[in-house]
Ligand binder design. Structure first.
Ligand code: IMP
Length: 217
């Protein structure tokens, strides 16, 4: 059986990954390990942050829980995602979780409500046709072999295109969901059922590519 360690403490994310990858894998998350490394997400790109998270956790696991010749294949998976707004040259991007902070490159996370308020403020004079945006997700996968060597990260990405609304709508989801209206829909992500969002989302698209990779491996 393949073991996949996911670099997150978010059980919801693990559930989404398990639902799509399913099958015969065992899934573990950061909460399953004592004192895993805290990775600073300062790479400046989704690719860089996802890779950094996966590689640093894999290095720690390879030393702390070294696989043996008889262990099942061990993979580490990390994702990084955020919102890119064309009228803001791709912001908030990698700073999505801390967009409301005065210096979002250096700050800790800020609340979803504050981040949404900042986005609306910056777009207050921008008409509908210029409010194009997308959620973007990159998943990095690294393998730890039976000699504890870490094999090169593979990257899988997904995007979901949409528009930024003029006011928050809906109660589902998290983050920028109340402001994001996916192409082809009139409701925001926070108004759509979770099942619908989970089929359209940036994470779902990246995970489908990862699933195809595992299937053909
Ligand atoms: P993470 O990399 O998945 O932790 O996402 C970073 C930030 O991007 C989150 O804190 C949210 O602000 C935003 N974000 C990522 N995915 C979503 C989503 O599916 N809906 C709304 N906001 C999201």
């Amino acid at each position: 059986m393949t073991t996949i360690v996911i670099a997150t403490r978010n059980a919801h994310k693990v559930g989404e990954i398990r639902a799509i990858l399913g099958g015969a894998s065992q899934f573990l998350m950061l909460n399953d390990f004592p004192d895993p490394p805290k990775v600073v997400e300062d790479a400046g790109t989704f690719d860089g942050n996802a890779t950094k998270k996966a590689v640093e956790l894999a290095r720690w696991l390879a030393v702390t829980f070294p696989p043996t010749r008889h262990s099942s294949p061990l993979f580490v998976l990390a994702d990084d995602s955020g919102l890119e707004v064309d009228a803001l040259d791709g912001a908030p991007g990698v700073h999505s979780a801390r967009f409301a902070a005065p210096d979002s490159a250096k700050s800790g996370n800020t609340s979803d409500a504050d981040n949404n308020a900042r986005l609306l403020q910056l777009l207050k004079d921008v008409p509908l046709e210029k409010r194009r945006a997308r959620f973007h997700c990159v998943i990095a996968l690294v393998a730890i072999d039976s000699q504890s060597a870490i094999r090169n990260p593979q990257l899988f990405d997904g995007a979901c295109e949409g528009w930024i609304g003029f006011a928050p709508r809906g109660k589902n989801g998290f983050g920028y969901d109340p402001l994001f209206v996916p192409v082809g829909f009139e409701q925001s992500f926070a108004e759509l059922d979770e099942d619908v969002k989970n089929k359209l989302s940036h994470r779902a698209k990246a995970l489908e590519k990862l699933k195809a990779y595992f299937t053909t491996k």
